[in-house]
Design a protein around this ligand. Sequence first.
Ligand code: UD1
Length: 419
Amino acid sequence: MSYLKIVGKRPLAGEITVQGSKNAALPILAACLIGEGPCVIDNCPRIRDVEDTLFILNRLGVGTKRSKAAVSVDASELRNVSVCGLQAERIRSSVLFSGALLGRMGEAVFPLPGGCAIGSRPIDLHLEVMRALGAHISIEEGIIHANAKTLRGCRIRLRALSVGATENGILAAVCADGETVIENAAREPEVEELCRFLVLRGAKIFRSPDGALHIEGKQPLSPVRFSLQPDRIVAGTYLCAVACCGGRIRICNLPFQEMETPIGILRKMGMDVDQDGSVRAELPLKGIAHLATAPYPGFPTDLQPPLMAALCTADGQSRICETVFDNRLTIARQLRKMGAHIEIRENCAAIDGTACLHGGTVSAPDLRGGAALVCAALGAKGETVLGGYEYIARGYENICRDLKKLGADIHLTEGITDL
Ligand code: UD1
């Protein structure tokens, strides 16, 4: 097991450029299964979720080649319809292959997905979309079989907002006969990015003023080269890192527009964040009386744990309510080991910012929980030993490289430890 050693209380300084977006990369790589290839995806992050996705593509018979930050994907030899196997069970986005496979091959076999331990994460909405498009679905011993001779366009209203089910619906609908309308579709920037990629390839997709996505299926899709946007969650994590230990940095490619809500919250706490990516925090910052996570354009659930770390030492009482996932406040237990005063009641965390964080031995429970502990450790007195680096590597290309560039005392150690 690899672990991080972090010595805190050093204000950050310097400039970084953040990696390409994980949550855009995954559905776009799945979208490469459809139509003619090869497609080249630039700025594709070197993270474990992407490497697992490329592995799954290879197992399907899809050729992939990485050259620095560019990944080329050629699905012309696609021959397999099953995405079962270790990697598929490990990353939840393996479910995103189902819509694309169903559309292209008329069949998809995939496992009930894995992912972070942040809640029950059902896939009923994904299955509903596929059924609405005409697929027959059966589930046996944790394996899902979806079949459809032809997919037919339909009008479907998602019962709840879901990024993944919207993306899956789009991927299946571009292969369906006629028009599909997805009402109550998610509006996350990564959904928009998937649509931009498909439109560039020749798909007909537009969003009506009521937010519904209209997809005219069966348009021929051609190969393209496409560059991924910077990862707004990674950028947000580094903003939270500055909120934890203070300093003055610049994120050269800060996706400012897509981060209006989290930037608004950090500004309320007293941080300066400019459109050109300049960031400044003088500690202590102020707490936030009440904040609830919500689908875009609300406060992103993925930034809730890093923000919680920052609120542990922000003046006053703060309260965060998690409304997207049902088990995403567990990071409080690890933060308490570092001296944080956090009380959990149902889906809300009450944080008393009078705490002084100290180093300790903690373990990342999941991807963004791990990022939160890195932020907390940067603001804590003394050394923190942080296990579970494998979770962090799912979404951060090289958190050590980035934070070292900003002057942090952080090291990755490969080896076994009793965490
Ligand atoms: C995506 C992101 C993840 C982010 C999340 C919410 C990717 C690869 N991951 O995950 O980082 O935290 O959006 O912004 O893009 N739900 C159901 N039934 C379903 C599907 C979802 O009940 O069939 C529920 C989930 O349990 C959750 C809520 O809907 O409570 C939102 O989940 P969803 O938007 O689907 O998240 P993901 O697409 O998995």
